[in-house]
Design a protein around this ligand. Structure first.
Ligand SMILES: NC(=O)C1=CN([C@@H]2O[C@H](COP(=O)(O)OP(=O)(O)OC[C@H]3O[C@@H](n4cnc5c(N)ncnc54)[C@H](OP(=O)(O)O)[C@@H]3O)[C@@H](O)[C@H]2O)C=CC1
Ligand SMILES: C[C@H]1O[C@H](OP(=O)(O)OP(=O)(O)OC[C@H]2O[C@@H](n3cnc4c(=O)[nH]c(N)nc43)[C@H](O)[C@@H]2O)[C@@H](O)[C@@H](O)C1=O
Length: 320
């Protein structure tokens, strides 16, 4: 299949357009000469084939970014396994089959770096998929995401659908979920450091030991990489997207406190899970295709905190 695909003058559906990744893809598509279409959340539940297929018949999108999913951090994944496996299976099967029936020209599915085995070689190559046991804190979500990969590959083989799958590493940035319990580590630490600073608290809490390592890709980089793949990649193999560099959580905490301006001490709550000891993806495949991440972690954290202050900070809400 010809890897090059144009978005020019196409109707491009961003499923999950209000989320962290979906809203970043909408921002990125502003510089493409295409028509962005979105499904109204109140009338189109992407777990419902009847609702989606009616909308698809009316709108007839030609290219689709599937950024809709049940998503959360380690606590959310570890405590809500049924929602994470059911919702993500339901959304993926509904959207993939609806795209086939509507003859969508190209669909980009989103997996996650958490699909790889807990103790995969680091950096993690795409070939590590299904070579070992999963990380228990998010295996339900991971199994659903692996099913999504297999769906896309099966539809390419049997029906000739141009469906591709990208495996993003941990993402963060403007538009993130800042819920104290359900969020990922970056927004959670920004919220906690900010609140500790505002309250002049002597200490802030960090989950786990802080010794595990994670890779963080700014969401606008991720969106740019996904548009790049939509335009330049067409094959059944999955493609990692990340920076290729990881940091210990303890270092991340220091960077967040520096950006926020919090100078108190840290209390490590080791009753909270660490999750996988290390998760950094091998980005040689996407680099070889011609794409590289551009936004550094310090710059990304500064942009995220600025967005938090303008859109989420508790004192902002009180003023509003
Ligand atoms: N954030 C991260 O660190 C990573 C994310 N990913 C993947 O990227 C994709 C986007 O994640 P992210 O942007 O962080 O998630 P968010 O939770 O920020 O956004 C998910 C979006 O999906 C929508 N959605 C959820 N369920 C339904 C439904 N039943 N019908 C319609 N819309 C629904 C949500 O709508 P509403 O707001 O109304 O609930 C929301 O807009 C996911 O596939 C995720 O697995 C992969 C790796 C890392
Ligand atoms: C992207 C990936 O994200 C998830 O995996 P994860 O990377 O383990 O998730 P996380 O960002 O929530 O935690 C990263 C690390 O950070 C530590 N940590 C410290 N303090 C806080 C804290 O306050 N909140 C959170 N959430 N974590 C904290 C936490 O203990 C852990 O060691 C998957 O569920 C799945 O969603 C997935 O695909």
């Amino acid at each position: 299949m010809n890897p090059s695909y144009t978005l020019r003058n196409k109707r491009v559906w961003v499923a999950g357009h209000r989320g962290l990744v979906g809203s970043a893809i909408v921002r990125r598509l502003q510089s493409e000469d295409c028509e962005i279409v979105t499904a109204p959340r109140d009338s189109v539940d992407l777990r419902r084939p009847d609702q989606l297929e009616k909308w698809m018949r009316d709108v007839r999108p030609q290219a689709v970014f599937l950024a809709a999913a049940r998503v959360g951090g380690i606590h959310a994944n570890n405590t809500r396994p049924a929602e994470f496996i059911y919702d993500n299976l339901a959304i993926q099967t509904t959207v993939v089959e609806a795209c086939r029936r509507s003859n969508v020209e190209k669909l980009l599915l989103m997996g996650s770096s958490c699909i790889y085995p807990r103790l995969a070689p680091q950096p993690i190559p795409e070939s590590a998929l299904l070579t070992g046991p999963l990380e228990p804190t998010n295996e339900w979500y991971a199994v659903a995401k692996i099913a999504g990969i297999k769906l896309g590959q099966a539809y390419r083989r049997q029906y000739g659908c141009d469906f591709i799958s990208v495996m993003p590493t941990n993402l963060y940035g403007a538009g993130d979920n800042f819920d104290r319990l359900q969020s990922h580590v970056v927004p959670a630490l920004i919220l906690k450091a900010h609140e500790a600073k505002m309250a002049r608290a002597p200490q802030m809490e960090v989950w786990g030991t802080g010794a595990v390592r994670r890779e963080f890709l700014y969401v606008d980089d991720a969106a740019d990489g996904m548009v790049f793949l939509m335009k330049n990649y067409s094959d059944e193999g999955i493609v990692n997207i990340g920076t290729g560099r990881d940091v210990p959580i303890i270092d991340l905490v220091g960077m967040v406190c520096k950006v926020v301006g919090y100078e108190g001490t840290l209390r490590f709550d080791t009753s909270r899970p660490d999750g996988t000891p290390r998760k950094v993806v091998d980005v040689s495949r996407i680099n070889a295709l011609g794409w590289n991440a551009k936004i550094s972690l310090p710059d990304g954290l500064a942009m995220t905190y600025r967005w938090f202050l303008e859109n989420v900070a508790p004192e902002k809400r009180r003023v509003a």
